[in-house]
Structures are given as structure tokens and as C-alpha cells.
Ligand binder design. Structure first.
Ligand code: ZN
Ligand code: ZN
Length: 152
């Protein structure tokens, strides 16, 4: 699926604007209890991008648990959950897919933490993990598979 670049998006009130000059690396749904509470929904949606291709304008506040190495950013005005930086994930940004103007183009390819999934939820992901992919190599393989899937 060809997607026009740069990709753009915004928070609920429009005060935060994002722009990404790269193709997505991977799309995910996370069913963990934290994501259910953070999103006030059944799961979180992530589209992962290289950090250096991602830019964000507008005032942000940090939220979530304040876990070291894991920063969740929200619009200061409307408190919409916009993106996460996870130090262990390397130079990548986990953008909440709903923020993207073309969110419909970024169906979740992988679901993680399916062990905590609410029992009535069904996500048509290609790969499903009870927890997370265990190794960086496994994550790399998923990204390669996603790239083929998107272009196929
Ligand atoms: Zn906002
Ligand atoms: Zn989660």
C-alpha cells in the first residue's frame, strides 16, 4: 500500500501536530492492562516510526506511570495520548495510530500482550503474542515481514 509522505496527524483539539517523513516500521495493538487504562479503551494502537523522521509541534505533557525509560506524551490542552518513547526500543517513536490523518491505512499487523486481552475483543492481526516478541532479532524480522506485507 503506497502512502503519501510526509504523513501528518493531530491530537483531538489540533494543538499538537505531527509529521513523519518515513514509512512506518511496524503497526501494533497492545492489549495490556496499562494500555487499556491509558487509552480508556480496549487496547492501544501504535504505528512505529524512525525517531529522526518524526517531528511534533505543540505543547506536550508527560503522563502514564512515569516509568524510567518509558515516556508517554499527551497534548497539554486536550490530554490526547499522542506518542511514546521507549529507550529500550532504540531510535524509534511509537505514535498512537489514531492521531494519524490516514489512520485507516495502519491496521495492526501484530498484537502483543494478548494474554491480557479483554475477552470480547478481536483484532485481525497477522501475528499474535501472548506477551512481547522476546528478542531484537524477532522484532527486526517482524518489521521486515511488515514491509513485505505493506508492499504486497
Ligand atoms: Zn490537543
Ligand atoms: Zn500495552
Amino acid at each position: 500500500m503506497a502512502t503519501q509522505q510526509p504523513l501528518t496527524g493531530s491530537c483531538l483539539c489540533g494543538a499538537v501536530q505531527v509529521r513523519i517523513a518515513a514509512s512506518p516500521l511496524l503497526t501494533l495493538a497492545c492489549h495490556c492492562r496499562d494500555c487499556q487504562k491509558l487509552t480508556a479503551g480496549a487496547f492501544s494502537l501504535t504505528t512505529m516510526f524512525p525517531r529522526d523522521a518524526f517531528s511534533c509541534a505543540g505543547e506536550l505533557v508527560e503522563g502514564g506511570r512515569g516509568t524510567v525509560g518509558r515516556a508517554h506524551y499527551f497534548c497539554r490542552s486536550c490530554l490526547n495520548f499522542v506518542f511514546t518513547r521507549i529507550d529500550a526500543a532504540g531510535p524509534r517513536v511509537n505514535l498512537r495510530t489514531s492521531v494519524l490523518d490516514d489512520a485507516a491505512d495502519f491496521a495492526p499487523f501484530v498484537e502483543v500482550m494478548a494474554g491480557e486481552k479483554l475477552p470480547w475483543v478481536h483484532v485481525p492481526a497477522v501475528h499474535s503474542y501472548t506477551r512481547y516478541p522476546e528478542t531484537p532479532e524477532e522484532l527486526q524480522a517482524l518489521m521486515a515481514d511488515y514491509s513485505r506485507w505493506r508492499s504486497g
